[in-house]
Design a protein around this ligand. Structure first.
Ligand SMILES: O=P(O)(O)OC[C@H]1O[C@H](OP(=O)(O)OP(=O)(O)O)[C@H](O)[C@@H]1O
Ligand SMILES: Nc1ncnc2[nH]cnc12
Length: 193
């Protein structure tokens, strides 16, 4: 399978399918949302059913291999991947939402990410006690979001067995930060930059 280069992109060198997704369907946007940030825009990927399907299929395979029975998807961009991955893997989906969006009793966690601070919540009864959960997001950057999500899953009585992300920004140290806080949770990354 191969992906056409974007307009003006020229010929691509020989690459794996996932590397082609990175090269052609995820765009760098400079100085967004703040000066100095290189924002990874995944909207071209979402608009291409072949690329989107490749990513969802690969992440669903990680879920099956992990034995997870539920996916915790992180608002907002994480939802775009986590919901189709949950369906493809045949497991349930639990939304981890930004503060104030869930209607019933929640656990909540404050955190800092690459360019902001935020609070996320999950319903207190979202999981079957002790069930295995895969956390799914689009990007692992500083790791602040992922660390907070793993804590919430534990607070809610489940067992986070993996973190699955489309892309990891290695230079921001999220993997190391996540591993320091949750050494028992495997990190699955499709694309490392
Ligand atoms: O590793 P970190 O430094 O924590 O950054 C990663 C997070 O940043 C983005 O979420 P954000 O809340 O900015 O945006 P969204 O609402 O569009 O998903 C992204 O979707 C990850 O959840
Ligand atoms: N550089 C970045 N691009 C897109 N999403 C992000 N979330 C945190 N850092 C990001």
């Amino acid at each position: 399978m191969s992906f056409p280069a974007p307009p003006g992109g020229g010929d691509l060198p020989e690459r794996s399918v996932l590397d082609q997704v990175l090269a052609t369907r995820i765009l760098d946007v400079l100085d967004y949302p703040k000066p100095g940030i290189v924002f990874k825009d995944i909207t071209p990927l979402l608009g291409d059913p072949t690329a989107f399907g490749t990513v969802v299929g690969a992440m669903a395979e990680q879920v099956r291999a992990s034995g997870a029975t539920r996916i915790a998807g992180l608002e907002a961009r994480g939802f775009l991947l986590a919901a189709p991955v949950a369906l493809a893997a045949g497991v349930g989906f639990v939304p981890v939402r930004k503060a104030g969006k869930l209607p019933r009793a929640t656990y909540r966690e404050d955190y800092a990410l690459e360019y902001a601070t935020a609070t996320i919540e999950v319903h207190r009864d979202a999981f079957v006690p002790g069930e295995r959960v895969m956390i799914v997001d689009d990007i692992l950057a500083t790791g602040g979001t992922a660390v907070a999500a793993a804590k919430l899953v534990r607070d809610a009585g489940a067992v986070p067995v993996g973190l699955s992300v489309l892309m990891e920004l290695g230079f921001l140290g999220g993997r190391e930060r996540f591993a320091a806080s949750a050494p028992d949770i495997g990190i699955h990354t499709l694309l490392l930059v």
